[in-house]
Design a protein around this ligand. Structure first.
Ligand code: FES
Ligand code: FE2
Length: 412
C-alpha cells in the first residue's frame, strides 16, 4: 500500500482505513512520530535546575530535564539495563534518577553515574559512558514551547514550523513576560489520533452542528454559513489555523466583545490593558487577529479561543490520550488566570461542554472505520477545493470558514 491508496492526489477524499489500519499505524510511529518535531512541554514547567517532566513522543515515554547548567535535555525514559521505565513521576525536581528495578543511577543530563555491584559483580568492566540514557536527537524551543525530534537529520525547528510561527506568535508573543502552561489534564478517547488532529487542524464545519447545544440561539440557516471575520488558513507543511481577522477600524472594546465567549469585567479589563503592548509586539495586523483553533503537524492541537493547548498522544491505532494544557500570559493577575483556567476546563476539559461532543464524534468515526465493508468507501474532504486564495497580508493559503483546506493539507 502507498500513500495514494489512502489519500487522493488532491486529498479530496481519504480512505477510512487510515483510522483503523494497524500496519499503517506502525509506519506512522516510525515515519511521522520518528521524524517530526513534537511538543514536549513549556519552559515554565522546568523552572529550576534539576526540574523534570515526563511525556511521550508517539508511543515512547520521554524524560525531559533541566540540568545543573540550565540546559534542557530529553531522553528515552527507559533504563539501559532491562528497560524499566526509569522515571515514574510526572514532574518534579531531581539531579539524578535511580531505577527501581536494580538500582542503576543516571544524571539529569543522561549519563550513567553508578551501578550497584560495579566492582563486585561487574568486575569494573562495565563501560559506563556507553550505557547512558538514549538521547532524543534534537531538542529546541520556540517562544517557551519545548520540542523534540528523534531524527538527527531533521530540518531545524524554525523550518519545520515555517509560516505557522507567524500565527503561533499571536498566542505566544503577546507580552514581554511570555507565557506559562497549567496542567495537563489527561484523559483517554477511543479514537484514532488523526481524526482528533485533523479536527483541530481545520474542522470549523462541525461547530454549529456538533456543538449546537452551546449555541441555542443560532438559527439553523447560520449553522453552516461562512462566518464574517473568520478564515481557515493553511500555512503549509501540514499545519493549520482558523483565525478571526477583525477590521482595522474595530476598537479593542469591539474586538473583545466579538472574539470568544462572554467574560467578566476583571478579565475584559486585563485584556484591554494589554492591547497596546500586544500591538507594539505583533503589529497592527496581528493585534487585530485571534486564533480560534489550530494544529501543528502532527499532533499538537490548540483551541486558543479558550486558551487550550493539547497534545494528542497516540495509544495504539484506536485510542489517544489527550493532554490538555491551559496557556496563560505569565504576568496576568492571579484572578484573571483563575477565571481563564476555569473557562478552559468548562469548555475543553475532560468533562467540558465542547470536548464531550467532540470525543463522542471521534470515537464514532473510528468505530465505523473498522467495518470490512464500510472502510472500503472513501470519505469526502472536498469542501472549498479549487477556491483557495492567496493574500500578501497572510502567509499561506486561505479558505472560507468553513473549508476543508486544512484537513487536505494535513493529509497531503
Ligand atoms: S532495569 Fe534498571 S537497573 Fe535493571
Ligand atoms: Fe469541536
Amino acid at each position: 500500500m502507498s500513500h495514494s491508496d489512502y489519500v487522493a492526489a488532491d486529498a479530496a477524499w481519504v480512505s477510512p482505513e487510515i483510522f483503523s489500519d494497524s500496519v499503517l499505524y506502525d509506519l506512522e510511529q516510525q515515519r511521522i512520530f520518528g521524524r517530526s518535531w513534537l511538543l514536549l512541554g513549556h519552559v515554565s514547567q522546568l523552572p529550576v535546575p534539576g526540574a523534570f517532566l515526563r511525556t511521550n513522543m508517539g508511543e515512547e515515554s520521554v524524560l525531559v530535564t533541566r540540568d545543573r547548567d540550565g540546559e534542557i535535555h530529553a531522553h528515552l525514559n527507559a533504563c539501559r539495563h532491562r528497560g524499566f521505565q526509569l522515571c515514574q513521576q510526572d514532574r518534579g525536581v531531581a539531579h539524578s534518577f535511580q531505577c527501581r528495578y536494580h538500582g542503576w543511577v543516571y544524571a539529569s543530563h543522561g549519563a550513567l553515574l553508578g551501578v550497584p555491584g560495579q566492582a563486585t559483580l561487574y568486575y569494573n568492566e562495565l563501560d559506563k559512558p556507553r550505557w547512558g540514557l538514549v538521547p532524543v536527537a534534537r531538542v529546541d524551543t520556540y517562544k517557551g514551547l519545548i520540542f523534540g525530534n528523534f531524527d538527527p537529520d531533521a530540518p531545524p525547528l524554525s523550518d519545520f514550523l515555517g509560516d505557522m510561527a507567524w500565527y503561533l506568535d499571536i498566542i505566544l508573543d503577546r507580552r514581554l513576560g511570555g507565557t506559562e502552561l497549567l496542567g495537563p489534564q489527561r484523559w483517554r478517547i477511543a479514537a484514532n489520533w488523526k481524526i482528533v488532529a485533523e479536527n483541530h487542524c481545520g474542522d470549523e464545519y462541525h461547530v454549529g452542528f456538533a456543538h449546537g447545544s452551546n449555541f441555542p440561539d443560532l438559527p439553523g440557516s447560520m449553522r453552516a454559513a461562512p462566518l464574517p471575520y473568520a478564515r481557515e488558513i493553511r500555512p503549509m507543511l501540514g499545519h493549520g489555523v482558523g483565525v478571526n481577522i477583525f477590521p482595522d477600524e474595530m476598537t479593542p472594546e469591539q474586538l473583545l466583545a466579538t472574539a470568544g465567549f462572554p467574560r467578566p469585567r476583571h478579565v475584559t479589563d486585563y485584556l484591554l490593558r494589554v492591547q497596546d503592548e500586544i500591538a507594539e509586539r505583533l503589529g497592527r495586523q496581528r493585534s487585530h487577529m485571534s486564533i480560534i483553533h489550530g494544529a501543528v503537524w502532527p499532533n499538537f492541537g490548540m483551541v486558543p479561543i479558550v486558551n487550550s493547548l493539547r497534545v494528542i498522544h497516540p495509544k495504539g491505532v484506536g485510542e489517544v490520550e489527550m493532554w490538555a494544557y491551559c496557556l496563560l500570559d505569565r504576568d496576568a493577575p492571579a484572578d484573571v488566570k483563575q477565571w481563564l483556567a476555569n473557562q478552559t476546563t468548562a469548555t475543553f476539559g475532560p468533562a467540558g461542554s465542547f470536548e464531550q461532543d467532540d470525543a463522542g464524534n471521534w470515537s464514532a468515526v473510528t468505530q465505523s472505520s473498522r467495518g470490512a465493508q464500510g472502510r472500503r468507501h472513501p470519505l469526502n474532504l472536498q469542501m472549498g477545493i479549487g477556491h483557495e486564495e492567496r493574500s500578501d497580508k497572510f502567509p499561506g493559503e486561505l479558505g472560507l470558514t468553513a473549508s476543508e483546506i486544512n484537513q487536505r493539507g494535513f493529509y497531503l
